[in-house]
Design a protein around this ligand. Structure first.
Ligand code: GMT
Length: 375
């Protein structure tokens, strides 16, 4: 198939999932066209089967807001015609499903049928999409997609609760290419970070409010009182400054490292002992899955899709949102005993195997076929 993928090209989970899916589809012989405003960060290389088409939005002073949707839908029309793209898969409803629908309609005028699959990722439903200013457009785009998928059962329920959706929503969980990960831990990197054999605790996110970065710091603050440890914070976003200030206030600057955005997340995870994800809401928690495949147990909240990913008492523990003291206690119970830590590490890796890319990609292929039948 010739597949057009629209996504955010950034470090966010939806862009990562879209990119990994595209690369996997190309390895299965499909021709994949990424259409977005920048080459996706995780896109390893362009090849005969993988193409990238940049959407440019010309600046014009009249516009207070430059019309990205317009530029995207026009680019989609041009690329579909030029490369004979047969199906469109848009990731994150806003504004991709809306722009995709417009492209579909423009192509219809020229006698070209373009089935569209929309994958809902989380904040496009629970936070941004649910805002009254966007809701009618999001509802419309979902109902006018040929196939709609959500990344967890929980996100499906949220979508049905928050929107008047007439379409069936298929749950296709996020995935990971487990074959890319080995069990080896780089002792050299580990000792650079933790020369006194401290335990390494990691958090990876876009540092938005929804991630409750202050809870990450406070959980760690409690942990380090009992277990010699270091905290590695990976990512960038609006809450970073607050986090650095809090760390300074607590006097633990020598124990917390802020790495910023990184392309080496797996390297950091490979020598981590525990992952913290105390989010307010999380449709799936791809970051937790990436930790688990690296053999890192997860202390998370029990919100959204997290219970579908992190198994209580097996790959980690789950607590209510804001239960900082409880999350710290559970973390300590894993970290303070080597045998327990080893068991949780093994379990975390085993749990990640339930989300292997090779069982999930065929589900999307089947849905592409279904989308053809829908139009
Ligand atoms: O977590 C974010 O804020 C980024 C966002 C995105 O769109 O990139 O992540 C959402 O999609 C990911 C991939 O499906 C999920 O793993 C995240 O749980 C989800 N984030 C939220 O629901 C807050």
């Amino acid at each position: 198939m010739k597949i057009g993928i629209v996504c955010y090209p950034t470090f966010g989970g939806s862009g990562v999932v879209a990119t990994e899916l595209g690369m996997a589809l190309s390895k299965r012989g499909h021709e994949v066209h990424f259409i977005t405003y920048k080459q996706p960060v995780r896109l390893e290389q362009l090849s005969e089967n993988i193409h990238f088409h940049e959407v440019n939005v010309p600046e014009y002073p009249l516009f207070h807001y430059q019309p990205y949707e317009l530029a995207l839908s026009s680019k989609l029309v041009d690329m579909v015609k030029l490369h004979e793209i047969e199906i469109l898969h848009v990731h994150y409803a806003i504004p991709h499903a809306y722009a995709g629908y417009m492209a579909k309609k423009m192509l219809e005028e020229e006698g070209i049928k373009l089935p569209m699959v929309t994958t809902l990722h989380g904040t496009d439903i629970t936070l941004v999409g649910n805002h009254p200013f966007y809701k009618p457009a999001v509802t419309f785009s979902i109902n006018n997609s040929d196939v709609v998928t959500s990344v967890s059962q929980s996100l499906k329920s949220d979508t049905l609760r928050l929107f008047k959706v007439k379409k069936e929503i298929e749950v296709v969980p996020n995935f990971i290419d487990t074959s890319k990960y080995s069990n080896s831990v780089s002792d050299c990197h580990r000792s650079m970070l933790a020369p006194g054999s401290e335990k390494i605790i990691t958090h990876v996110s876009n540092f938005r409010k929804v991630k409750r970065i202050d809870d990450v710091i406070m959980i760690f603050y409690n942990i380090q009182k009992k277990v010699k440890s270091k905290l590695v914070m990976v990512g960038q976003g609006p809450e970073r400054e607050m986090a650095e200030e809090l760390v300074a206030e607590l006097g633990i600057e020598d124990k917390v490292l802020f790495l910023g955005e990184s392309n080496e997340i797996d390297k950091v995870l490979s020598f981590s002992d525990l992952f913290l994800l105390p989010s307010e809401s999380e449709s799936f928690g791809l970051a937790a899955l990436e930790a688990m495949v690296n053999g890192v147990p997860v202390i998370s909240t029990n919100t959204g899709g997290l219970p579908e990913v992190n198994k209580e008492g097996y790959s980690g523990y789950l607590s209510g949102v804001g239960e900082v003291a409880e999350m710290a206690e559970k973390a300590i119970s894993i970290l303070e005993d080597e045998a327990t830590l080893k068991k949780f590490k093994e379990n975390a890796r085993n749990q990640s195997y339930n989300f292997d890319i090779y069982s999930v990609v065929p589900l999307y292929e089947d849905l592409y076929k279904k989308a053809f039948e829908e139009i």
